[in-house]
Design a protein around this ligand. Structure first.
Ligand code: SF4
Length: 219
């Protein structure tokens, strides 16, 4: 398990914030996107991610080193964990990460379903979003754990504005999808609990969007 820490991301959607990539060893085996539309496998960071997963990326760090780097961040800063990869598979490590975060505004998504761990992390000040692969999956997560913050994937054709799950829950499209000037540095939807528990939706994009659209059509 290796990590890459970038003090100032150059990712257009994130904006200039610290960003951490985690190697594939952190990914839950249950993630339905593995080999089926995962952005990390084919997106712009895929070469870096493969090198990190193989343990031969320049400037890679261990988990302990990552914790030191996070603790050293300014107290008032927003940062992104997991531009690729997921939370550490060990619950204790995820809690250690939350402790190192120390209440900073972290943007974290996970394909895991370890709700009790995410609650503890939230109590320690690190808010975790549960990623789902379609709107029905978002309903299933919220039926099982109504207090979770959920994000989901929408068809590439999804227009800006509000959408709804099959059970009628509201989905708001990530504003960075359509507004050039919005980045995660200027939007705080994903780093804290959302009003009315609104789900954030990400329209499929990139080279795998047709594959994702087909999967969503069958969901
Ligand atoms: S909703 Fe806001 S914080 Fe979340 S991914 Fe989109 S721009 Fe970033």
């Amino acid at each position: 398990m290796f990590f890459h820490f970038r003090r100032v991301s150059t990712n257009r959607k994130l904006g200039p914030m610290p960003a951490v990539m985690a190697s594939q060893a952190t990914c839950p085996t249950t993630c339905a996107l593995q080999g089926a539309g995962c952005y990390a496998e084919h997106g712009p960071g895929s070469i870096m991610w493969r090198a990190l997963t193989a343990g031969r990326a320049a400037n890679q760090v261990t988990f302990e080193q990552l914790l030191h780097l996070i603790r050293a961040l300014p107290k008032k800063i927003r940062w992104r964990y997991g531009t690729a990869g997921d939370l550490p598979p060990n619950d204790g490590d995820s809690i250690d990460l939350a402790r190192a975060n120390g209440g900073r505004e972290a943007i974290v998504f996970t394909h895991g379903r370890r709700y009790e761990t995410y609650r503890k992390a939230g109590q320690l000040g690190m808010h975790i979003n549960v990623s789902t692969d379609c709107a029905a999956d978002a309903d299933a997560v919220l039926d099982a754990a109504p207090d979770m913050s959920v994000v989901t994937v929408l068809p590439s054709s999804a227009a800006r504005g509000r959408h709804f799950t099959p059970a009628g829950r509201e989905i708001a499209v990530c504003p960075a999808t359509y507004a050039e000037r919005v980045t995660c540095s200027s939007c705080n939807l994903c780093c804290r609990p959302r009003p009315r528990g609104v789900i954030v939706g990400f329209p499929a994009h990139g080279s795998r969007k047709r594959m994702i659209d087909r999967r969503l059509a069958q969901a």
